[in-house]
Design a protein. Sequence first.
Length: 422
Amino acid sequence: MSTLGIALTPKKTLLIGAGKVAAQKARVLDSLDFAYEIVAAEVLDDYFASKTFTCKTFEDADAEGFEVIIDATGNESVTKRLVALKPIHHFWLNVVDVPELCDFYFSALTRRGDIQVAVSSGGSSPTLAQVIRDKIERILPRDLTSLIERLKNERKKPDRDLDKLKEIAKAGAGKVFLIGCGTGYVGNLTLDALNAFELLDVALVDALVSEEIRALIPLTCKVVDVSKKKGFHSKSQDEINALLVEYAQQGLVVGRLKGGDPLLFGRLGEEKQVLAQHGIAFEVINGITSALRSCTVSGIVPTIRDISKGVTIVSAHLRETLFNDDWVSILKQPLHTVIVLMAHSFAKKIEDAIAKQNIDPNIPAAFVSKIDLPDQITIVGTVGKLDKMATLCATPAVLIIGECVAKENIVPAENSGKIIYM
């Protein structure tokens, strides 16, 4: 059923005016399929080009028969006449931007099927109402159809349990944001991520999320450390999955904060699958991956015409402490760059695997360490010296391999930090 403010049933409605302000109200009415008629002396906004009505000056007789009248003219004379006509025709009046003359206010409305959430500032600040409405839009799952139908059916049962209904509603209203937090530098945090922080009730935070970014999490948000470092896991992936489900089913807004971009070796696939299996709504927010940020801060361009025509991003680390060298043969491809994540502690093994496959040990390579931190450093050498290069820098570090890393191809920027050539 169409609703407008406190009009719980359709009312015969008149919109007076066809300018910019009137167009704003017309859009709201149209979005609700709320029928209305228009009286306007002239059309001043293109939104009314498709509307059918006769341009005419408002007359007192035009108010007859209407239950709701919206004055969007900004004309003081028209407003005074409408105020005088109210006791005669008994209509509700809304004078746009004059709250003291309004019998009702337009609300900023969020709709999810039969669910409607109206936010009103009592006419004092429609902008604030819209901002709050937009936050609610982000919090609510986009599709509540199946949840609404389930609750409808449960309510029809003669032995319905109100506590059970509440639990079902909570479980269906929860939501998870899977957020990439980049390399830790606040300046590279996306606006989407920052906005999502403001919505969170609970944040499950990885070790690679910097203290500067953690400081942006609202104090009202519960922070749960789920750090996973090599050789130490405060929470296993199964435990993290269970926490995501548990908190979301309490009707909470949950954030899973990860370093880098969750699409790259961030267990995103597993978490999405678990959430989908439990019918929990989620959004994915990209972060700036260290694979690309390492190139930016070191002055390395991974694709350069006639030097590198493509890039492959791999990980040297599999589950637990397992070493992955399946990618090493890619180095045989000419004009190609390989970026290796989680490679620092496996530098010697990578060097040995390259030698075993008789790959040229003189292929340029660089470790980019402590990205965006004060002690950031880039060690430039060759794949035949990876073990020695690793001793000159610390983890976390990204390994970049290819001709684009040759000294003559590196053009440092002001934020490139210290570079050592071996």
